[in-house]
Design a protein around this ligand. Structure first.
Ligand code: TGC
Ligand code: FAD
Length: 393
């Protein structure tokens, strides 16, 4: 058995029946991509803390980047359920791989399409869609994580150009990124989006070392030391904190689907192992305590699938609220972590090795439950929605 086992999807409530043929085709093609390009290599990449840069072009060629972006800019022109299914399959492979795609699609392509000028869209979107270039998104700063509105990165108007100073921390893809969507305050304390290009003088992106999670994904800083920014590199069509938070809504939505992929992978492995592994003369699957774990996993996966499907419909009709997305991200990442832990227990000692995916998924999920808004921040967003009272400040 082990990591190269054939994955069997989980569909207890026959959700395939409510997916369109196109959605199933897309899901199956990304599932094949993951089985071919990611699963056979992922344990080695994770162990060696290696980001396989060649995966970016492969993802681009497979239509993984910018699925909801307009086709005239090289995007897929797809609906949000298709986007979610892509994320589910990628994260079944590895959260770090899904991270690479989340950042490129939701945090780099989305703001350029939604807030950018026509020239910016034409210049960057086709190259990002094909994987010719890689992007990153700089919101978090060393002293401002959950509270991004406090950021201190500064943009100073010098007439024909701006000067950018400051730094960003914990930035996925940054050491290899060709462009960075960076958020900084102008002299009126208004948050603006800026397209910073690799090679601009005074700009560097050092790698963050020592991560025990998302080891197949690159994380780094963004450092700006008097970087000269041409005026045409500012995203002109939206500013204020709502601009980066609008991007986060799209990425958080993708994560809520991605977490289902992890949960399905762990459940599938646990079910197969428990049917094969014998103790006390019979398969451990015959013991009630093992069955309880499996039954609860299946229940939570099914609830999460239905939640995401409905959320996808709300996204498509433009009725999804940020608090809907918070509920789904928070719930699905939490259940995925619990399923990963229970699945690991079902594997006994074998579960701590990299013959099986649970430990890697568990370690990855510690980042996933922290980034894009921590578990508790999403709870407070829901508390605010319910009571009308913000508990942040
Ligand atoms: P608050 O006063 O509530 O809101 C400020 C302005 O923003 C608007 N807004 C939103 N707009 C769009 N989408 C949302 N989700 C929004 N949430 C709020 C709001 O209407 C307001 O607009 P305006 O026009 O009135 O000014 O802001 P606050 O300062 O009290 O903080 C709110 C809070 C805590 C919800 C927010 O700051 C937050 O979500 N914090 C968590 C930070 C976070 O998620 N960071 C993620 C960084 S990126 C990342 O982690 C990428 S990992 C990717 C990967 O590798 O996969
Ligand atoms: P803090 O905000 O310092 O929070 C610490 C603890 O305090 C948490 O438990 C939090 O829930 C709690 N807390 C904070 N405020 C409150 C409150 N009001 N009430 C109750 N509890 C509270 N950022 C980017 O901009 N771009 C990226 O690409 C990116 N990629 C990332 C990749 C990885 C691997 C990681 C780990 C992070 C990444 N991040 C990225 C940053 C991520 O979004 C932040 O780590 C996250 O938002 C939390 O911020 P923080 O780490 O500063 O924690």
């Amino acid at each position: 058995m082990g990591i190269n086992r054939d994955f069997e999807s989980v569909d207890f409530f026959n959700i395939d029946e409510i997916l369109t043929d196109e959605q199933k085709l897309i899901r199956n093609s990304v599932r094949d991509f993951v089985s071919r390009e990611i699963s056979p290599n992922i344990e080695e990449w994770f162990e060696n803390n290696h980001f396989p840069i060649e995966i970016v072009k492969k993802m681009g060629n497979s239509g993984i980047f910018g699925p909801t972006v307009n086709e005239k800019y090289g995007g897929g022109g797809l609906d949000y359920i298709s986007y979610g299914l892509i994320m589910q399959e990628l994260e079944r492979g590895d959260s770090g791989m899904r991270s690479t795609a989340s950042v490129q699609s939701s945090l780099v392509m989305y703001p350029i399409e939604a807030y950018g000028s026509e020239e910016q869209k034409k210049k960057y979107l086709p190259k990002l869609a094909s994987g010719e270039i890689l992007g990153c998104f700089g919101l978090t700063e060393p002293d401002y994580g959950s509270d991004p509105g406090g950021m201190v990165s500064k943009l100073k108007d010098e007439g024909n150009y701006y000067i950018l100073n400051g730094s960003k921390m914990w930035i996925s893809n940054s050491p290899e990124a060709d462009i960075a969507i960076v958020w900084a305050k102008d002299e009126n304390k208004r948050i603006k989006g800026i397209i910073v290009e690799k090679g601009m003088e005074g700009f560097s992106a050092p790698k963050t070392e020592g991560k025990l999670s998302l080891r197949s994904s690159l994380t780094g800083e963004l450092v700006f030391n008097n970087v000269k920014i041409p005026k045409e590199n500012i995203l002109p069509n939206k500013d204020g904190l709502g601009a980066p938070l609008g991007c986060l809504d799209k990425a958080r939505y993708g994560i809520s689907w991605g977490a289902i992929g992890v949960a399905m992978d762990c459940y599938d492995s646990a079910k197969k192992y428990s049917l094969e592994r014998k103790q006390f003369g019979k398969p451990i699957a015959s013991f009630q305590l093992i069955q309880k774990k499996l039954a609860e996993m299946l229940t939570e996966i099914t609830k999460a699938q239905l939640l995401c499907w409905r959320l996808g419909k709300l996204m498509d009709s433009g009725k999804a609220k940020s608090s809907h997305i918070s509920l789904a991200k928070r719930n699905n990442v939490e259940i995925a972590l619990k399923i990963a832990r229970d699945a690991r227990q079902i594997h006994g000692g074998m579960g701590i090795t990299n013959d099986f995916p649970m430990m890697r998924h568990m370690m990855n999920l510690e980042s996933v439950i922290t980034y894009e808004g921590t578990h508790d921040i999403h709870l407070l967003i829901l508390g605010n929605e319910i009571t009308g009272i913000s508990a942040f400040s």
